[in-house]
Write a protein that binds this ligand. Structure first.
Ligand SMILES: C[S@@+](CC[C@H](N)C(=O)[O-])C[C@H]1O[C@@H](n2cnc3c(N)ncnc32)[C@H](O)[C@@H]1O
Length: 327
């Protein structure tokens, strides 16, 4: 069942202004979703767009929705961490811009059968690609301490141990298979949500979704790949929705722009290593109040933009430091 909310592309005017599409450009929309960004980019200039998504439903939507653009638009099914392989031997292998709009779309969240949301009862699934281990597989099989760590690290949830203990007690009786069951367990552990505050289940659902979809590794690998393939002057634009994602994007961009105050122990700053990006602007862009009124899901969005320099791409960074390390 789809509960029917419309998908609003987040910060669309700011994205178009950041990408500034020009005739002949090759632009990668690494999170095609409902195609909001792709369509708008193609309507702005006589350019070419490749959309990437790992959700087979998004791929079907692309085939149906993007026909009007003919050979100006290409859809590629896969994970954005594989952006190099997905675009190799195509003109998109040296793109003019890459845009990421991280996380899930309203379309996925509002589809109860996908199991992403605590608001609707559905199977505890959460797999963007519809392949691999589902959230039910995870909550019913991994150790209580690992579950607590996931909820703590990916949900910033202080009650992670109590939640993991309650899940463990419940699954000892019968496996957890529905989103409503999981939401009810979390709510039974945490005090009721106050008016205006988010549902207590929000952080646990976010944590499981990040784990099931390997979102942290995906993001780190995609940023590194973007650095390798963007041409000089190419634009990297990333919209993130929670502090864990934003911290990674911020640290990556600042480090690559030579601005990090404390260089990595694993990759000490060397004066002969030239910045591979410059930040433009230096600070993240947030949505306007009017947008948040129409689309409350935009409220936590942050857009960060960086421009590729001519310097050679650097080596990989230490992922642990990017996620948890010093600011
Ligand atoms: C927030 S939506 C993008 C919405 C899009 N900007 C629009 O205007 O319609 C994010 C999309 O990215 C996809 N996605 C998330 N992580 C991905 C990954 N690692 N690889 C490929 N697609 C991913 C999701 O399946 C989802 O369709």
């Amino acid at each position: 069942m789809n509960t029917g909310t419309l998908h609003h592309p987040v910060m669309l005017p700011q994205i178009i202004s950041a990408l500034a599409p020009k005739d002949g450009d090759y632009i990668i929309d690494a999170t095609f979703g409902d195609g909001g960004y792709s369509k708008s980019i193609l309507n702005h200039a006589n350019c070419f767009v490749a959309g990437i998504d790992r959700d087979p439903d998004a791929i079907s939507r692309a085939h149906a929705k993007m026909q009007e653009f003919g050979n100006k638009f290409t859809i590629l099914e896969g994970s954005f961490s594989n952006i190099e392989r997905l675009t190799e031997n195509t003109p998109f292998n040296r793109p003019d811009a890459i845009v990421f709009d991280l996380g899930v779309c309203s379309t996925q969240l509002d589809e109860a059968e996908r199991g992403f949301s605590f608001k609707y009862d559905g199977p505890l699934d959460m797999r963007m690609s519809k392949k691999g281990e589902s959230a039910a597989d995870v909550v019913n099989s991994i150790s209580e301490s690992k579950l607590a760590n996931i909820i703590y690290n990916y949900g910033d949830e202080r009650a992670s141990r109590r939640i993991a203990r309650a899940i463990s007690a419940r699954r000892a009786q019968k496996p957890l298979i529905r989103t409503a069951e999981l939401a009810q367990i979390v709510r039974s552990v945490l005090p009721r949500a106050q008016k205006g505050k988010s549902d207590p289940a929000t952080r646990t659902f976010q944590a499981l979704r990040i784990y099931v979809n390997n979102e942290i590794d995906e993001l780190c690998d995609a940023l590194l790949a973007s650095e390798r393939i963007l041409q000089e002057g190419g634009i990297l634009a990333v919209v993130s929705f929670h502090s864990i994602e934003d911290r990674i994007v911020k640290r990556f961009m600042r480090e690559r722009a030579g601005l990090s105050s404390q260089p990595s122990r694993h990759q000490p700053f060397q004066s002969d290593i030239k910045p591979t990006f410059r930040l433009s602007p230096q600070r993240p862009i947030s949505p306007e109040a009017d947008e948040i009124k129409i689309n409350p899901r935009a409220r936590s969005a942050k857009l960060r933009i960086a421009i590729r320099t001519a310097a050679a791409a650097k080596k990989a960074f230490n992922k642990h430091e990017m996620v948890r390390g010093r600011s």
